[in-house]
Design a protein around this ligand. Sequence first.
Ligand code: GDP
Ligand code: IMO
Ligand code: MG
Length: 425
Amino acid sequence: MAVEIVVGAQWGDEGKGKIIDLLSEKADIVARYQGGANAGHTVVIEDQKYILHLIPSGILNENTICVIGNGVVIDPIALTEEIEFLRSKDIDVEGRLFLSHRAHLIMPYHKLLDQAKEEKDAGDKIGTTGRGIGPAYVDKVNRMGIRIVDLHDRPTFESKLRRNIAEKNEILQKIYGTEGLDVEQIISEYLEFDQKVDPYIKDVSVYLNEALTAGKKILLEGAQGTLLDIDFGTYPFVTSSNPTSGGACSGVGIGPTCIDAVLGVIKAYTTRVGMGPFPTEFSDDKGANLRELGDEFGATTGRPRRCGWFDAVIANFAVQVNGIDSFALTKLDVLDTLEEILICVAYKFEGKTITTFPGEIRILENCEPVYETFPGWQEPTSHIRNYDDLPGNAKEYISAIEQLTDTRVAIISVGSGREQTIIVN
Ligand code: GDP
Ligand code: IMO
Ligand code: MG
């Protein structure tokens, strides 16, 4: 397949990093299409753990070219740190990493505004990663963002920045009561960044279209997940971009007619970080147990992830809004020891049964999940590499997910390692 989109089907952290790393072995190019350094994509190769925030997870395959599309908001500090981190692991990104000249930059005031707003909203906060994502997309949509391309035109860059900082300083000081920022220092920091990233800048849309003409294989890497999507997620408890597959074309600059497949990455249970409704969330010590078993702590912020049962209402919604044609089902091994495993098949709200994912937060917060119960397999699966060798009850569980979503599970992940994967025929 020439172009495949890989999208998170839940609230993020489904294991996209591992799956992208795996698939990138057969891809020429991996392109990130939205989000920023709020993402934390973990790849484990021979006991070495890599957490990537901005750079596509394909970077660990030395033959793969990685690009960051115009839809991503780039934090120069996070990017420089990530490049240095990879260098320290003998992974050189020069000539293998390109940034869209149309991508917007995260500025220091975006991070300050993100954090100050969360602090001020206290009881009603979103639980953001504090990486400045929301405020950066606000400026983009408000047509006052600063793009990579602006770094090439110093007078414009400086005047835009001065105007923006003057406005943000007023907001920071008058609304949030925090200190303002020093314009000169920011200008010099960003011009230093410009020199560092100059070799990486490209017209990514032109590059990808030429690659397509040349018959190259491209993976489009989504960050976050369907339920964090600004349009389809549990608004307002979402991120500020479109992680759903629709965001992929506008986030890199290729047309929808180029897309051949959409792979949904979905965990064998559900997690979420930050605030917002979560119908199948555990209310008892099952949550702590699964968090320990699955090592469910945020890859970016270290926050404990909230845990719950697999939700087929969500999975179906993800299939629909992304056009998912197959799933990569991850973390099956985390369920190995459980006696019984539940899948939510519908919600009950005010006496009615709901099978389509509601847009209303009020319903999501107050509905009762309707569960089907499956017997656990209670034996280890991490060593298994062939579908046929999986315990019968594990196959039943996978097959139930396929039937409930009318979507085939093409990849099963049974551990964080690259090799701990079952490709289903
Ligand atoms: P992403 O944001 O979607 O890339 O996911 P994260 O990297 O934030 O979180 C997934 C976590 O689960 C990482 O620590 C992975 O190393 C780990 N992981 C991925 N697949 C599996 C799996 O099949 N089994 C287990 N036990 N861990 C996995
Ligand atoms: P990956 O790519 C899980 C969540 C935050 C918060 C909401 C808004 O690793 O799956 P933001 O900082 O984006 O404005 O925060 O979105 N969030 C994620 N949750 N995985 C992620 O990325 C996330 N990126 C943002 O916790 O609830
Ligand atoms: Mg993550």
